[in-house]
Design a protein around this ligand. Structure first.
Ligand code: ARG
Ligand code: GLU
Length: 732
């Protein structure tokens, strides 16, 4: 339980006030109480206590212990953090692992060449010796977690300064981690929950030999590309297959040809029974970040102040990328990953701002804050200052947040400038710098030159530069932007094109040979070539502006807000003692549950809960890269050769939606049915519900999963890799 020390004692003593308070809560706050079906990312260890009853009422047939147990094998033993940002799940007794295609994209790409283009054509290891190692890729398995709030907060009190508090918590945590690691042999971390109000110690086993087993071609794994991204109805076969290898003793080890497939304690059974509307489902994985308990001012800053210019800046770049990509296939490949990167959060931000407006999110937070102020006044717990201080801080933050976003999205959105920025370390070389140090810096730089120029197309960048700098100058006041932008007035009479022309003509950083020249025999005398380069100077101007005028203010305000948010979180919990709270996502293992269900995205429009192979053929367009359909898939469709993977009506279901509260990091997570069997792989969220990182709307919050039957169909029928399906525990 949480320890609120003096505050809860205070409440107990003030019986009369308490009664008044309860009456007040009952009358005014109740409508705000109930958790909406589907909302929440729950700690597996606490499911029994907080959620089991509701999960069963919603249709679950297994117990909380089947999902998470310290003493017995449970589903949690099959769920892993894949790399650093995705989830994966073990689906065979030989360590076979499923995740998304977009999660394994990097590895698939790294093994691809013109001769063996696995991205385009897919890859299938037909036996274990064809499986491909991926140095650097890890898979993390949580062994157990423990509440260590008491120990971490030992010696911490409310009178301490922010710095002292931090210091003390760090000392306590370090000592606990050291001891736990020595005793357990696992990697141990401590994570904060409820914004520094609770702490859990997490024991992990980290696997280091992870091999690529299979991936569908991109026109299956990424079907619909960025056009369909974040959207429903969806037809993407977003999965890839890996395998965990360990040493002969079954212990995690670096890659070695002698390593053997991992034999897990548990692997997920797979159901071919399919889904019906209103079926119970849950998603088990590693959601990355949410911020559900922010004040209205913070939500306003994100959705009304900073998202709109970021959206505009990204849109400007994307339009230019697309214009060139559509007319030149080479450029399309060069800019594919960049486009995907910029587009993903561009679209997410649009959906998020729209969603908050649609649900009057800011007004709802404001209404809550009014009640909070009344409550704070009644309990006299020193909480009264929180909301006004937030208001002041977030107001003060606005220009700095914008300034920071413009540097990042506009200034460094120009590839020439962000590439020049990578020479910052070399620009600091002087007579005293050792040869060794110089060599290592040069080597690091050389490593980046080739890959940068491989995917660099100057006409795009130059057009982007003009467009971004114009937006920058139009939207940021002269005293709130890097000096280099004011130079455009002084030296170029405000002519952005002329400035950009000069930048690209005089800089060496858009010329591979010139950059290689610079790096050849680099010594302290070479530094001036960097320092006098106009692209590097542009970067320096942005860096100095940020470091002097923006960063310090942002850091100060962020630290204050974080500290305030901790107290606000605690107060929100005190104020609503009956409410079941879930902690914000923090890259720890969580369970979220909901129902398979469609939704109304707009007036008079209803989206059904599943898609089929027919929809892929409806979307087919041989002229648009993202909508090309493989011949083999068309043949399988026309002969209805779906094997055991088709549904009872003779269709092949491809994807489905359910009301599980997911976020980034849940990519690759298993979607499970009432019996704890896998029915899909989560890979996205519906656009209309993307504000769920800030505020969940039960009517619009839907996660998108690829149906496991489509996954197995692609492996078995399409790719001829049925031996992988044979490894799994498939329930017909
Ligand atoms: N929107 C999904 C997730 O965020 C998929 C992203 C990858 N796909 C893409 N087309 N960029 O974050
Ligand atoms: N595609 C996301 C990911 O990579 C999951 C979608 C979401 O944000 O809900 O984690």
């Amino acid at each position: 339980m949480m320890n609120f020390g003096g505050n809860s004692l205070f409440l107990q003593q003030k019986f009369i006030q308490m009664k008044k308070l309860l009456f007040f809560l009952a009358v005014i706050l109740l409508p705000y109480y109930g958790l909406f079906a589907g909302e929440g990312m729950w700690i597996p260890m606490l499911l029994k206590q907080l959620n089991e009853k509701e999960m069963k009422a919603m249709g679950m047939r297994i117990s909380a212990d089947d999902i998470y147990s310290i003493n017995n094998t449970s589903l949690k033993d099959a769920i892993v953090l894949f790399g650093r940002g995705c989830t994966g799940e073990i689906v065979s007794d030989q360590g076979l692992l499923l995740t998304n295609h977009h999660c394994g994209y990097r590895q698939i790409q790294q093994h691809s060449s013109v001769e063996n283009d696995y991205l385009t054509n897919g890859f299938w290891a037909m036996s274990k010796d064809e499986e491909l190692p991926n140095p650097g890729l890890t898979v993390t398995m949580m062994k157990k977690m423990e509440d260590v709030t008491h120990q971490v907060l030992e010696g911490v009190n409310e009178e301490m300064t922010m710095e002292n508090r931090k210091q003390k918590i760090k000392e306590n945590s370090d000592a606990l981690i050291k001891k736990a690691e020595e005793e357990s042999g696992y990697e141990v971390t401590i994570k904060d929950f409820f914004i520094d109000n609770q702490y859990y110690m997490i024991y992990n086993e980290i696997f280091k030999d992870i091999r690529l087993v299979g991936a569908p071609p991109s026109n299956i794994g990424k079907f619909g590309g960025d056009t369909d991204n974040w959207m429903w109805p969806r037809h993407t076969g977003d999965f890839s297959v890996f395998r965990i290898y360990v040493d002969k003793d079954g212990k995690s080890a670096e890659y070695s040809p002698d390593n053997v497939p991992y034999q897990p304690k548990s692997h997920l059974p797979i159901s071919l029974k399919g889904i019906e509307e209103k079926d119970f489902t849950f998603v088990f994985g590693y959601p990355a970040r949410t911020s559900e308990y922010l004040p209205s001012f913070a939500v306003n800053l994100i959705t009304e102040v900073t998202n709109p210019p970021k959206i505009k800046l990204r849109e400007t770049r994307l339009d230019i990328f697309s214009k060139y990509a559509n007319s030149d296939p080479k450029v399309r490949i060069q800019y594919a990953a960049k486009h995907a990167g910029v587009a993903n959060y561009w679209k997410k931000m649009i959906g998020e701002s729209k969603g908050i407006r649609r649900m009057n999110g800011i007004e709802r937070k404001q209404a809550f804050e009014e009640k909070f102020m009344v409550w704070a006044d009644i309990v006299k717990g020193n909480f009264g200052g929180i909301i006004p201080t937030f208001e002041k801080n977030y107001g003060e933050m606005e220009p700095y947040s914008l300034a920071s976003d413009y540097v990042r999205e506009a200034g460094l959105g120009i590839e020439l400038i962000s590439f020049a920025a990578r020479f910052n370390n070399l620009s600091e070389v002087n007579k005293e710098t050792s040869d060794e140090k110089i060599q290592s810096l040069v080597k690091a730089a050389e490593g980046q030159v080739k890959s940068f120029f491989k995917d660099y197309y100057q006409p795009i960048d130059q057009e982007v530069a003009v467009a971004l700098l114009k937006l920058y100058r139009e939207n940021q006041p002269a005293d709130f932007r890097p000096e280099v932008l004011n130079l455009i007035d002084e030296k170029y009479k405000g002519d952005v094109e002329a400035f950009v022309e000069m930048l690209f003509a005089k800089s060496i950083f858009n010329n591979e040979a010139a950059v290689n020249d610079l790096l050849r025999n680099f010594d302290h005398r070479s530094v001036k070539k960097i320092l006098k380069d106009p692209a590097f100077q542009a970067y320096e101007s942005m860096r100095d502006f940020y470091e002097q005028k923006v960063g310090p203010h942002l850091q100060r305000l962020t630290a204050q807000n974080d500290s305030l948010q901790r107290i606000y979180m605690k107060a929100q919990m005190l104020m609503q003692p009956e409410k079941r709270f879930y902690p914000d996502a923090n890259f720890s293992l969580r369970v979220t549950y909901g129902l398979v269900e469609g939704y109304h995205p707009a007036d008079a429009v209803y989206y059904d809960y599943f898609t089929t192979l027919e929809g892929i053929l409806e979307k087919e367009d041989p002229n648009i890269y993202d909508y090309v359909v493989e011949e083999k898939l068309k043949t399988l469709h026309s002969t209805k050769d779906y094997g055991p993977y088709g549904d009872k009506d003779g269709h092949l279901q491809v994807a489905f939606v359910a009301s599980n509260h997911t976020t980034g990091g849940n990519s690759g997570s298993p979607v499970l049915n009432a019996d704890g069997q896998m029915i899909g792989i989560n890979f996205d969220r519906c656009w209309e519900g993307t504000m769920s990182d800030l505020m969940y709307d039960p009517d619009m919050g839907r996660n998108i999963a690829v149906d496991i039957r489509y996954v197995l169909f692609i492996m078995d029928k399409f790719a001829g890799a049925g031996h992988l399906v044979d490894e799994m525990t498939v329930i017909e």
